[in-house]
Design a protein around this ligand. Structure first.
Ligand code: SF4
Length: 357
């Protein structure tokens, strides 16, 4: 067992949903009848696992649908869990549009939540209905307006490649979202989870070329409007990157509490299904470095050599591989993905792993 240092990044998972989106097979169930018991279970888990918490740099409440515990649930969370929040803790809560109310938002702001991420996904009602999203486009827009009145750092998620959205419709959605001038946007490529309703119905995944075009269209419109594409699927106005997720992509440790939450604590990994394993030092170093490939900062081999001495014997090979990808126009001079490079990140990652093992 490795010694675990106090953790500065905490994820709380709320595995509740009022229904099941067509593409999703995420672990979630109906909302708790007794949110106090659900919070007590989180507290019990924190005590049982005994991972020390440092003053938190970030706290992320994700799901599922965290908003289903309501204003009273968040008040209790803030009062009972005694989390070591500071004046600079980034505290994000993911919200489904149907859970956003004035009462909830006022409470979240009073508790110290300072960042909101709303799952909008589409602005077409027939598409939302087909996805079984359980909200309309107008309800999503109302939720954004309501949330940002209390917490200005409110961003949204969109999904590219949803069936029924034409190229023109997608462009129109992006333009309408740009008009809102939000600080943070996530644009994910549709992925149909194994075991989801759509997978069981045999729905084909989106056409690869059309999906790449939709992602490229988003990247082009959003960056032209002043957003930084700082990660494959994430765009932020300057100063509004998600610090919680950046820690993960920078290879940092984090503790996840709640059914379905993953953790990375030293060499200890805990998967969302609760499975724990101790990875080798080499696998640990590789994992922590390769997530940086997703970032616009690029892969800094000098910094890697400094922080991960175990990888030094492989860095000449890595340098040659990066050079090859640069020559092919897939990486920039500082080894960050180009527009085309984002499409082949998996291949680049595989090539670097093969050069290491
Ligand atoms: S996509 Fe989100 S809201 Fe929809 S079922 Fe999955 S976890 Fe629940």
């Amino acid at each position: 067992m490795t010694t675990v240092s106090p953790v500065e990044h905490l994820y709380l998972h709320f595995p509740y949903c009022t229904g099941r989106c067509g593409y999703c097979a995420f672990h979630s169930g109906p909302p708790p009848r007794d949110w106090a018991a659900a919070l007590a279970a989180l507290q019990q888990e924190a005590e049982t696992r005994g991972v020390p918490l440092a003053p938190l740099q970030t706290l992320y409440c994700g799901g599922g649908t965290p908003g289903l515990i309501g204003a009273a649930g968040f008040r209790a969370l803030a009062e009972r869990l005694h989390l070591p929040l500071t004046a600079t803790t980034e505290w994000t809560v993911e919200l489904h549009p149907a859970t956003v109310t004035d009462d909830l938002m006022t409470t979240l702001a009073a508790c110290g939540v300072n960042r909101i991420s709303i799952g909008v996904q589409s602005l077409f009602d027939p598409v939302l209905e087909r996805c079984n999203r359980r909200h309309t486009a107008q309800e999503a827009l109302d939720a954004i307006a309501c949330a940002r009145q209390c917490i200005p750092d409110t961003g949204i998620d969109l999904i590219a490649g949803l069936p029924g959205v034409s190229a023109d419709g997608w462009r129109d959605t992006l333009k309408r979202i740009l008009d809102l001038d939000l600080p943070h946007l996530s644009v994910y490529a549709l992925s149909i989870d194994e075991g989801s309703a759509w997978a069981r119905a045999g729905m084909a995944p989106p056409d690869g070329d059309a999906l790449c075009d939709a992602i490229a269209e988003a990247a082009s419109l959003l960056t032209a409007a002043g957003y930084e594409r700082y990660e494959t699927s994430n765009y932020a106005k300057p100063g509004f990157r998600c610090r919680h997720n950046l820690n993960t992509w920078h290879g940092g440790d984090y503790l996840g509490l709640g059914t379905g939450a993953a953790s990375r604590l030293g060499r200890l990994r805990r998967e969302g299904d609760g499975h724990e394993m101790l990875v080798s030092e080499l696998d640990d170093a590789l994992e922590r470095c390769l997530t940086r490939l997703r970032l616009s900062e690029g892969l800094d081999l000098t910094a890697i050599a400094q922080h991960y001495p175990l990888l030094r014997p492989y860095l000449t090979a890595w340098k040659n591989i990066l050079h090859l990808f640069q020559q092919q126009g897939l990486l920039t001079a500082n080894a960050a993905p180009t527009m085309r490079g984002y499409e082949v990140l998996d291949a680049l990652e595989r090539t670097l792993i093969e050069a290491t093992l």
